[in-house]
Design a protein around this ligand. Structure first.
Ligand code: UDP
Ligand code: MG
Length: 325
């Protein structure tokens, strides 16, 4: 098979009912480009029979390339595997539940042809999602924007097109706790947004419960900002200053104005407050240290149980020797 011009990557975790339509809609859209393409379906440890459907799709169309994980490694890792195995000059990441309409891919490609290296899809409207989800997502994007050191576009998920150059750079970034949209913004290539309406899930339920969303949010923060650590220092210094002022006030009042200071309850409340503050910032430290530990272990990002013989572009071997496998 010819080397494809376009690689479409879809992470799959229990998307049985969505797969046939995903394939059909991606195929119809890609045929319009008149170029060779491949659809990389990364099975992230599905247990609902999606794996079998993926195998069948691959058997009936050689352009479908399955990458089947040994277990569930998480959405960001599944997309990463797709990037590792992709061969196209441009790579498109899309959700499997058809919330990102495949028909938008043409618009992304148009911008790529104009010379942009990252074309991200911006959600102007969202359909069929709970108010809680849209509200938390909106808050998430804005908080990340405030505290991280790079400009990550607002209301933008992983639905995007990336040029081969960007993908090759991302492939050298092997961090375990990943926030791909931050990483792609970090590369600093010529980027542009294309607006689209995010649709309701075609079938099934969201595979992103609050717990996973919080983890992703923490990855975004710790991956791209030291702000929580700096905050600890600032609050610490602020409290010391406050305490010092308090000390002076107490000395003056008790000597000059003869005020008696009792207030065991006040003391208790302040102590608990301080203990809480200290524990909170220890937790912040823990978030960073845990991630350092994760990196130090140096385990592979994912394990492929079944997939293409080898990545067409193996992770670039011009990495420093200590990072080579
Ligand atoms: N997904 C995955 N592994 C996971 C969770 C989700 O590969 O552990 C896939 C899922 O199948 C879908 C995409 O990631 O294709 C986005 O997930 P979902 O639609 O559930 O998230 P939401 O749109 O609700 O944020
Ligand atoms: Mg979804």
């Amino acid at each position: 098979m010819d080397k494809p011009v376009f690689s479409i990557i879809a992470p799959i975790y229990n998307e049985l009912e969505n797969l046939p339509l995903l394939y059909a809609r991606v195929r119809d859209e890609m045929e319009k480009t008149g170029e060779a393409w491949e659809l990389i379906l990364v099975d992230d440890g599905s247990q609902d029979g999606s794996t079998e459907v993926i195998r069948k799709l691959a058997a009936s169309d050689a352009r479908v390339r399955p990458v089947i994980f040994a277990r569930n490694f998480g959405h960001q890792i599944a997309v990463t595997a797709g990037l590792d195995y992709s061969r196209g000059d441009a790579v498109i990441i899309i959700d499997a539940d058809l919330q990102d309409p495949p028909e938008v891919i043409g618009k992304l490609i148009e911008k790529w042809r104009e010379g942009y290296q990252v074309v991200y899809a911006v959600r102007t409207e969202r359909e069929g999602e709970t108010r809680f989800k849209t509200a938390t997502a909106s808050a998430f994007y804005r908080i990340i924007d405030r505290i991280t050191d790079i400009r990550i576009p607002l209301d933008t998920g992983d639905f995007r097109l990336m040029d081969r150059k960007v993908v090759d750079i991302m492939k050298t970034m092997r961090e375990r706790n990943r926030f791909l949209r931050g990483m792609s913004a970090w590369t600093g290539f010529k980027q542009v947004g294309v607006e689209y309406k995010r649709e309701a899930r075609h079938a099934g339920e969201s595979k992103y419960p609050l717990k996973k969303m919080l983890k992703l949010a923490m990855n975004a923060v710790t991956g791209f900002s030291m702000w929580p650590l700096e905050l600890a220092t600032r609050v610490g210094i602020g409290l010391i200053a406050l305490d010092f002022i308090g000390l002076i006030v107490v000395i003056i009042l008790s000597t000059a104005a003869d005020v008696d200071f009792h207030g065991l309850a006040t003391l208790g409340i302040i102590m608990v407050f301080l203990a809480g503050l200290i524990l909170t910032f220890m937790g912040v430290l823990g978030e960073y240290i845990g991630r350092i530990y994760d990196e130090a272990k140096g385990r592979p990002l994912y394990i492929v149980a079944e997939g293409p013989e080898e990545p067409f572009n193996p992770i670039r071997l011009d990495l420093p020797p200590d990072r080579k496998a």
